[in-house]
Design a protein around this ligand. Structure first.
Ligand code: NAP
Length: 357
């Protein structure tokens, strides 16, 4: 029997869904894969719950009652003291500070699984430094959910590349919120600001929708994919078209922006009207491998095309390679949401566990 100990950082949307999925699946893993999963530590930004024998169904009450203030060193000491076998640190936070501690975790025997994209979008120096550390300590790092949430994008691109397939271009709609906004706006008679509000009410956008409209999230995902293909790129090299007019950017507060979103209507109405017949708006990411260009932008696509046909908040990834020729390999589906993202993390942990001796 192989024992795997999970140290979970981040018990928010994804983290708490993940715990529930782990608790449901673990007896099956024991029976079918010989893996005994234990979750001895769960932590948010201020407090951690330490239970050497692992959390159970009452983890929320236990956390509320018994979680205590902690530092990373407390977790490292706890792991040493209880001689945790195969410790795996899962990052379900949005924290850069935790990412900066990844090398320390690796040096102390931890494998890594991250939903948090930060580690793969920091400088080239950090990116390759972390990989050297992982290699030195023979530790693994999985991060499938960094792009397309639960969709198998990272593993597909990695697999094609490692198998010697020449990836030529990757294009698609990489953001669930921007997907919803333009899929809905392209088909509706309503104003852009109404669609934006609807996206907020459904929980698709961040509290300040400018984080979505900036296109930065699409830019980060492009960078992650480019690095999988061994392109040496930095975030500042990604060409990103922001959808926020300059007058609403910069010093405008979230509340001001919210009160003035109708100022976006004319801009996007014009953009919609100025398209060819049977075309729709889509915010896409595009990576051209040969040229080394990474670009996020608003385009007009034929309604009948694969891009033009996506619905709801779906993501779509078209992967053009030498063998697939003009007809790309296409992966499409929900690219956001706690359930699919947590499931992607569970898959990462399973794959990692299967590689352990
Ligand atoms: N939701 C999705 O659809 C989706 C899809 C793909 C990837 N992701 C990624 O998954 C991650 C989690 O997303 P989420 O929606 O679950 O976010 P969330 O609901 O905001 O939860 C974040 C959690 O991280 C904790 N946290 C923050 N800094 C921490 C630190 N230094 N150490 C330990 N815990 C810390 C927060 O604790 P406090 O409450 O104490 O601040 C909170 O519990 C993000 O990186 C996100 O980009 C999400």
């Amino acid at each position: 029997m192989k024992k795997v100990n999970i140290i979970l950082f981040g018990v928010g949307n994804v983290g708490s869904t993940l715990i529930d999925q782990f608790l449901k699946i673990r007896s099956r893993w024991t029976a079918e894969s010989g893996i005994r999963l234990n979750i001895p530590v769960i932590a948010n930004s201020g407090k951690a719950l330490f239970m050497p024998k692992g959390i159970g169904e009452n983890w929320k009450e236990d956390f509320d009652k018994n979680a205590e203030a902690y530092k990373l060193e407390d977790i490292l000491e706890f792991s040493q003291k209880h001689q945790l076998e195969n410790p795996v640190a899962i990052d379900a936070t949005v924290s850069k500070d935790l990412v900066l501690d990844y090398p320390k975790l690796v040096q102390n025997g931890f494998h890594l699984v991250a939903a948090n994209k930060v580690a793969n979008t920091l400088s080239d120096e950090f990116y390759y430094g972390l990989r050297r550390e992982l290699e030195k300590h023979k530790k693994h790092f999985y991060y499938e959910t960094n792009v397309g949430a639960g969709l198998p994008i990272v593993q597909t691109v990695q697999g094609l590349h490692q198998a010697g397939e020449k990836v030529i271009r990757i294009r698609g709609v990489f953001s669930g919120s921007l997907s919803f906004i333009f899929n809905t706006f392209s088909e509706s008679e309503g104003e852009f600001s109404e669609v934006l509000k609807q996206a907020g009410d459904l929980g698709y956008t961040e509290p300040d929708a400018r984080e979505d409209l900036s296109g930065n999230d699409v830019g980060r995902k492009l960078l992650i994919l480019a690095r999988e293909l061994q392109l040496k790129k930095e975030f500042k090299e990604v060409k990103i078209q922001s959808l926020i007019p300059e007058k609403l950017n910069g010093k405008t507060s979230t509340e001001d922006f919210q009160n003035r979103i109708s100022e976006l209507d004319e801009i996007f109405e014009k953009r919609k009207k100025n398209q060819k017949k049977n075309h729709v708006l889509r915010y896409v990411g595009e990576l051209k491998v040969g040229r080394g260009s990474l670009e996020a932008k608003l385009i007009s696509a034929p309604r009948e095309s694969a891009l033009g046909q996506i619905k709801g908040a779906d993501n779509i990834f078209e992967i053009y390679t030498e063998s697939y020729g003009e007809q790309p390999l296409v992966i499409q589906g929900a690219g956001a949401g706690a359930a699919v993202t947590a499931r992607g993390v569970v898959c990462d942990v399973l794959k990692l566990s299967q590689r352990l001796n």
